[in-house]
Design a protein around this ligand. Structure first.
Ligand SMILES: C[S@@+](CC[C@H](N)C(=O)[O-])C[C@H]1O[C@@H](n2cnc3c(N)ncnc32)[C@H](O)[C@@H]1O
Length: 302
């Protein structure tokens, strides 16, 4: 959504096999409330990103700053409450973006506010509209792919807090800087969200785990959009919803003076919804435009 090399331009235009090696004791990134249940929920969802085998944690283990392993003995680190499961190493192309996000992380939310002025939109309140994609059932699991600063869960927090036992919340991202911001924000808001350092191209989750998979703001710059969409579909439950939002002007705005000025300030707005890259087995594909016709919204079902 926000990328550094556009910012100056943008702002100038506006005002062991089966072992666990436990080190210390800490939790996994959940707030105290409901943390045990959520922890066991998360462990059921995980798979080793290297060999795809289950990650095993003996029952009654207080999980913590730790190394955990899959059946084949591939070990993954949990540091500062965040489980790191990045495999394979990221490409140079993706790393370039991630380095930028690490640097931008502390000011990211402020920069998004500048986007609002520039676009004549209110992205923060617009995130509350995600509510309509949350299924009405007694328990709901939601994954925010590329969670960034957890702005989506922040916007949904009042609703989530009212119904807390219903929600099982997860976020992955490759930027440790962004994950740190997410962590402190979720702790402050007392929202139990499991945070994982992982890549969208090979998520450390078993298939069919989430009722709703959200991705906002990163896909336009991914090195492999098809693979990312395939992964989002894989981890969604059957009948689960995948929601993808990123810069891309609506056909109505594209040819206008305003549209041209927006694309000149930030070329990412010339992007079109990646319909061709949606996996064939996806169902009920819908495209819409939001935020004053400046972002595409792609919704599909598994
Ligand atoms: C523009 S930010 C959007 C953050 C958040 N979703 C939002 O709506 O504000 C894009 C995010 O995608 C993350 N990201 C980029 N490539 C990724 C990848 N291959 N795997 C996981 N996260 C990635 C970045 O670290 C960054 O936090």
């Amino acid at each position: 959504m926000i990328h550094r090399h556009y910012i100056s331009k943008l702002t100038s235009n506006i005002s062991a096999p089966m072992h666990i090696l436990l080190k210390n004791t800490i939790m996994i990134g959940y707030h105290d409330l409901g943390r045990r249940e959520m922890k066991s929920n998360m462990l059921k969802k995980l798979r080793c990103p290297k060999c795809k085998n289950q990650i095993i944690i003996p029952p009654n283990t207080e999980l913590i700053d730790a190394e955990i392993a899959c059946k084949k003995g591939h070990v993954w680190n949990m540091e500062g409450e965040i489980l790191s499961c990045v495999y394979p190493p990221i490409s140079e192309e993706d790393k370039r973006w991630i380095d930028e996000y690490d640097e931008l992380a502390p000011k990211y939310d402020d920069l998004v506010k500048q986007y609002d002025d520039f676009l004549g939109a209110d992205i923060s309140s617009g995130r509350e509209d995600l509510l309509k994609f949350i299924p009405k059932k007694s328990s709901v699991s939601i994954l925010d792919v590329c969670i960034g600063t957890a702005a989506n869960f922040e916007a949904l927090a009042p609703h989530i807090r009212k119904n807390e036992p219903r929600f099982d919340l997860y976020g992955i991202d490759l930027s440790t800087g962004m994950l740190q911001v997410s962590k402190s924000k979720m702790n402050q808001l007392k929202l139990p969200v499991a945070l994982l350092h992982a890549s969208v191209f090979n998520m450390p989750f078993r298939k069919s785990q989430f009722d709703l998979v959200i991705h906002t703001g990163g896909i336009n710059t991914f090195s492999d959009i098809s693979e990312a969409l395939k992964e989002m579909l894989r981890v969604a439950k059957p009948e689960g919803t995948i929601l993808v939002i990123d810069e891309g002007l609506s056909p109505k705005v594209r040819g206008t003076d305003r549209g041209k000025a927006i694309v000149e300030a930030n070329a990412l707005f010339a992007a079109k919804p990646p319909l061709e890259q949606i996996p064939e087995k996806a169902k009920d594909v819908e495209v819409d435009y939001i935020y004053n016709g400046t972002f595409y919204q792609l919704v599909f079902k598994k």
